[in-house]
Every structure is written in structure tokens, then in C-alpha cells.
Design a protein around this ligand. Structure first.
Ligand code: NAX
Length: 332
């Protein structure tokens, strides 16, 4: 039998946490034969509610779940974890831009970074979900210098999956037949969803999305804005931000990172830039990546990055970061 993997979920009493922990306990993140021990962190005002989540996890009798820790102590939460999914933070509410929530999250990410650095298992993989996700990942990296930069990522897989979903709806085909969308840049409305290299599996083989959609206007217009604005549309409809789709995409992100991307398929991950595609090194930026043996690498070579300018964050001398906005984005 495999040794259990310890998975930290911060903000576990929140709505993404509530959707995420049962997915992890069922094997949707690390596979159906991988036992897990859940470490759930939240803040003191949410302690009772967090304990309720723990009670429900016990009641669900998940065979893969070998233990549950529910705590408000960041050191206890981080100790020995192999995977850390950072969901905790101050969420964006209706009418708020992501930059409004930024300052509220800086201090949270500083303290959690040091706890992870000191107490997590060696080679712990970190996924930042909480917004502003690219910035929080960068803060975490800055305050946990001994964690390798390749181990700190942020979630743009939800945007990637949203792009696949829009194409499947438009063509009335299965979403599993669509692959190789790309989210370039930031998890925010400055991101650039790109399906110019995406393909669809058909009875006659792989076909480019742009050939099947055959409506350049839609691909350059409504498709892009729908994906960029989808988070806001969910908030408008539900009065809460995306939760089940965010939780599911977080599982996809870690699963592909740990277990590998399927042959011929890439996914989008917010990762530390090495300068690829002229994105300055040091930005946390969403690229197309493939994963083998627990390591991601940026897809190189044949892809043409659209001229979106920069959409990412990097450290500044004084403040922590700032967002780069796209000067021009008409090409795709
Ligand atoms: P909720 O407010 O439901 O849950 C957040 C939880 O975090 C709460 O239980 C809160 O008590 C806890 N928390 C606050 N400060 C904490 C701290 N210092 N340590 C540990 N826990 C703490 O928000 P939810 O809807 O679950 O969203 C969580 C985060 O995900 C938000 O920042 C949100 O903006 C972000 N999202 C990111 C997405 C992405 O694709 N990257 C998409 C979905 C979502 O918008």
C-alpha cells in the first residue's frame, strides 16, 4: 500500500474548501489508489465551521482518507505537508476588482510562506488559488526562499477549463474532445485566452478549433471576453464567486503536475517565468506547460504568443508587486 500524502488546504472552511476537500478525499487530485491525510487551516472565527467540515469528512467515510487535521495554527497545519493548496484569503465580492483584495492578502501570505518553508516536507508542491493568485504566489516565493521556485505555482487552470468549455458549447461537442487552449498571463481580466493552437478530436482526426468555429469575429471577440469575464458572471448569477469549478480545476492542476499531462496535451499553469516567450524572468505568469515525473516545463518552439503585452506581476523595489496591463491585444 502507498504511504499517505499530506495535503494542506488553507481556507478550508470557505466555499472552495468545502467543495475541494471531498474531491481530494475521493482521489480526484492524486489518483484512486493514493491515500491522503488532509490538513485543513482556517482562522479562529471560522474554527467551529472548520470543525463541522471535519465532522462531515468523517461521516462521508472516504476509504482513501487516512486522517484529518483541522486547525487554526499555521505551523501545525504546514508541518510535513507534501502538497499545499492555498485557498484562504479575503475573497472578491460583487463590484470589487482583484486589486481591491490585494492588500488584504499580502500579510496572510507572508506568514504562511514562512511556515511552509520551515515545516513542510521537502519538495512540497504549492498551488496558490486565493486572489490575486499570481501576486500571492510571488509573495509566497519571496518569503519562502528555500522552496524551489519550480514548486510554487498559481491556478489558471480554471480559466483554461473555461476556454475548453466555451469551445465545446459553441461547437456542441464533448469538452473532453477539445485540447490545448492556452491562458497567457495573469488570473485576472488582463489574461489572454488563446485557442489559436487548440484542436478538436473528430472522426476525421484532430482539427484546429479555428477551422471548425469558422467565425474569427467570435474567436477574437466574445470568446475572449466571455472567458475573461466568467468569474464576474458567476458572481452576478450566484452572488458568490466560483467554487465547484475552482475546486475541480485545482484538482486538475495538481493531478497533471504530479501524475503527468496526457501525451500530446498541454495545460495552463501560472509558473515562475524563465524568460520564455519574452516574458521577463521573475514574473509569475501563466504559460502552456507539459508535466512529466512531477515537473512542469513550458511548451517551447512552435507556438506563437499573441501580442498581448505583459500580463503578470513582478516584484518592485518597495511595494510588493504591480500588475502589468496589456498595451495592445488585438492580435491572436
Ligand atoms: P471564502 O471566503 O468562502 O473562503 C475563504 C476562507 O479563507 C474563509 O473560510 C476564511 O475564513 C479563510 N481565511 C481567511 N484568512 C485566512 C488565513 N489567514 N488563513 C487561513 N484561512 C483564512 O472564499 P472562496 O470563495 O472559498 O474563495 C477563496 C479564494 O479563491 C478567494 O481569494 C477567491 O478570490 C479565490 N478564487 C480564485 C480562483 C482562481 O481561479 N485562481 C477562482 C475562484 C476564486 O475566486
Amino acid at each position: 500500500a502507498k504511504e499517505p500524502v499530506r495535503v494542506l488546504v488553507t481556507g478550508a472552511a470557505g466555499q472552495i474548501g468545502y467543495a475541494l476537500v471531498p474531491l481530494i478525499a475521493r482521489g480526484a487530485m492524486l489518483g484512486p489508489d493514493q491515500p491522503v491525510i488532509l490538513h485543513m487551516l482556517d482562522i479562529v472565527p471560522a474554527a467551529e465551521s472548520l470543525n463541522g467540515v471535519k465532522m462531515e469528512l468523517v461521516d462521508a467515510a472516504f476509504p482513501l482518507l487516512k486522517g484529518v487535521l483541522a486547525t487554526t495554527d499555521v505551523v501545525e497545519a504546514c508541518t510535513g505537508v507534501n502538497i499545499a493548496v492555498m485557498v484562504g484569503g479575503f475573497p472578491r465580492k460583487e463590484g470589487m476588482e482583484r486589486k481591491d483584495v490585494m492588500s488584504k492578502n499580502v500579510s496572510i501570505y507572508k506568514s504562511q510562506a514562512s511556515a511552509l518553508e520551515k515545516h513542510a516536507a521537502t519538495n512540497c508542491k504549492v498551488l496558490v488559488v486565493a486572489n490575486p493568485a499570481n501576486t500571492n504566489a510571488l509573495i509566497l516565493k519571496e518569503f519562502a526562499p528555500s522552496i524551489p521556485e519550480k514548486n510554487i505555482t498559481c491556478l489558471t487552470r480554471l480559466d483554461h477549463n473555461r476556454a475548453l468549455g466555451q469551445i465545446s458549447e459553441r461547437l456542441n461537442i464533448q469538452v473532453s474532445d477539445v485540447r490545448n487552449a492556452i491562458i497567457w498571463g495573469n488570473h485576472s481580466s488582463t489574461q489572454y485566452p488563446d485557442v489559436s493552437h487548440a484542436t478538436v478530436t473528430t472522426q476525421d482526426g484532430e482539427k484546429p478549433v479555428h477551422e471548425l468555429v469558422a467565425d474569427e469575429g467570435w474567436l477574437r471577440g466574445d470568446f475572449i471576453t466571455t472567458v475573461q469575464q466568467r468569474g464576474a458572471a458567476i458572481i452576478k448569477a450566484r452572488k458568490f464567486s466560483s467554487a465547484l469549478s475552482a475546486a475541480s480545476s485545482a484538482c486538475d492542476h495538481i493531478r497533471d503536475w504530479v501524475l503527468g499531462t496526457p501525451q500530446g496535451t498541454w495545460v495552463s499553469m501560472g509558473v515562475y517565468s524563465d524568460g520564455s516567450y519574452d516574458v521577463p524572468a521573475g514574473l509569475i505568469y501563466s504559460f502552456p506547460v507539459t508535466c512529466v515525473d512531477g515537473e512542469w516545463s513550458i511548451v517551447q518552439g512552435s507556438l506563437l504568443k499573441p501580442e498581448t503585452g505583459l500580463c503578470g506581476v513582478r516584484p518592485l523595489g518597495k511595494g510588493w508587486s504591480r500588475t502589468y496591463f496589456a498595451p495592445a491585444r488585438e492580435t491572436m
